[in-house]
Each structure stands twice: as structure tokens, then as C-alpha cells.
Design a protein around this ligand. Sequence first.
Ligand code: F6P
Length: 343
Amino acid sequence: MRIGVLTGGGDCPGLNAAIRAIVRKGINIHGHAIIGFRDGWKGPLENEFEELTIESTRGILPRGGTILGTSRTNPFKRDDGPALIRENLTSLQLDGLIAIGGEDTLGAAARLHDDHELPVLGVPKTIDNDLGATDLTFGFDTALQVATDAIDRLHTTAESHHRVMVVEVMGRHAGWIALHSGLAGGGDVILIPERPFDIEEVCGLIRRRHGRGRFFSIVVAAEGAVPKQGTMATAAGAVDEFGHVRLGGIGQRLEAEIEERTGFETRAVVLGHIQRGGTPTAFDRVLATRFGVAAIDAAHEGRWGTMPALKGTRIELVPLHEAVAELRTVPPEDFEVAAPFLG
Ligand code: F6P
């Protein structure tokens, strides 16, 4: 068989481990040829590709990013998108395509399969950990570790200066990074998109803590955290091809509000893309490898329209559309775990 592979959407640590797994199992065990498309859906739209070999994928396991490049190209932004992809898959004599991505890339993959009958299957990745149908995505564990390390470092400077430090972490619709890094790093306030916050309550928690003799606080805020309507000003930004607003800025707005309302000196730190860069943790390398192996096995069996998912500790194939039907956000009971540690 000849199988294509692409990586789309935001990069994350573990993508190269997944590519390597697809290449190794595909070539060494199944005897397939693997074609790598460049820059997400742009590759199969514009026929930009390279053959992936054992040699060309050597040494990439610990490398962050993706050797294939990525983009936020939406194949449905152009009318002839699905037809162009079909044409290019045919001209390259490909039997199918493995799309490694998050909600947008896999959403497009599901539509291409379900509505246009293209032989596509998916592999779930994203530092946000917000895909349905899988218990975890790779990339999350590394981002979580980066955020936790940052919070640990911010503790010592916050304590020395008696300051409030606001740490803005990624998480557009889901607060997994904020909640877990807040728990792991001992955050005093945790703000997630799933629970609009009241700025006065936030300040109340900080005042209470200071009243108990702790003269510094760490506020962990997901970039998608939003104030309850009317409690604090919000800002809007540019929109990408999938209609997502470019986030960022909540940290700085919190810095100003907290300092003004409490009188405590406050600083904001935006971790941003640092969370997506660098070498993947061992956990992410292993999960990406398991997903990659399961994906090429599924392609070998012609199980198009599916996606390997982590269910407990096992990998199972699920329908692709299940993964993108609904985002996996933080349930209230998970957030409740943090309650005893706040303020
Ligand atoms: O890939 C997910 C993510 O990292 C989100 O957490 C974040 O909102 C977004 O990507 C940032 O996208 P970009 O790299 O295009 O600025």
C-alpha cells in the first residue's frame, strides 16, 4: 500500500514520535510506502509532499515540532478542496491518508471521509487535551510539565517580592492545562473557560490568603478563561480559517484588575508557545508511538473513518466523527478537586 500522512493545526510535542511510528511499522512490518504531505491540509491541496523513509525519520523521536510542518489550512474554505485532495491522492497512487491533528484537522478529516468518501483516518493530538472519544491526547503531558515548572519558578520570585503572579497558560475551550498545572504547582486561584469567573471573588480569595499571613499568590488562568458577564471588560482578536479568535491577553487584564482592586503588587506572565515547544515527555513519546502504530495498522486493514483513542490504558479504534462531535471539557467534579487548595 501507499499511505499519506500529514500533521495539521497547532504543533505539539510528540508529533515526530507519531510520524516515526507510522513510518517504522508501515515500512518494516507491513511493507508499505509512506508519503509525507507538507504543512497540514495545504500539502494534499497543493500536492506538496516527500517520501518518508526509515533514514529520513531517524533521530526524530525526542524532537518537538513536526518534520512535516503544519498550518491551519481549512480544506473546506475552498469549494474545490475535497476534489483537489482526491485528485492528488489518486495521482500519487495513495490508498489512503492519515491526518494527525486536533479538533479542526480531524473535523476536516471526518467530513472528507463521511461526506466525500475519501480514505482518511485520524490520530488525535493537542496540548489542550480537549478531543472527545479519547481519554488523553499526546502533547498535553509535556505542556503540563512546562506549565508546572514555570509555576514552581514563579513561586520563589512571588514570595520574595510579596506579589501576586498571574500565569496565563494555553487552553482555548478547555481548562485542562490550567487545572492540572494549578493542582501540580499549588496555584491559589485557577481560572478555566468552563467556569466564567467573578473578578471580585478572585480578589476575595487573594485577600483571604493574605489575611492568613501568606503575602504572595499564584493565579493560574487559561487563555480562554472569561469573566462572568458584566464583571470585567473582555477583548476580541483576529479570527483564523476555522473561525477561532486568536486568544491571549486575559493574564494582563487580570494583572491590572487584581492590582487595582486589592492594592497588591501584581505581575502577569504569558507562557504561550513555550508550552508547545521542545522535547516531548516520555509519556507523550509513548502515547504518540502507540497511536502511530495503531493508525498504520488501521490503514493496513482499510479501517478508514476511524481514529485510535486511549480508553483507560488501552488503545481502541473509534469513529472519527465521535472524536470531533463534542469537545472534552473539564467536568465540574474534576474542578472540585481543586477547591480545598484555593485562596
Ligand atoms: O493547538 C492548540 C493551541 O495551542 C491552543 O491552546 C491555542 O489557543 C492555539 O493553539 C494557539 O494557536 P496559534 O499557534 O495559531 O497561535
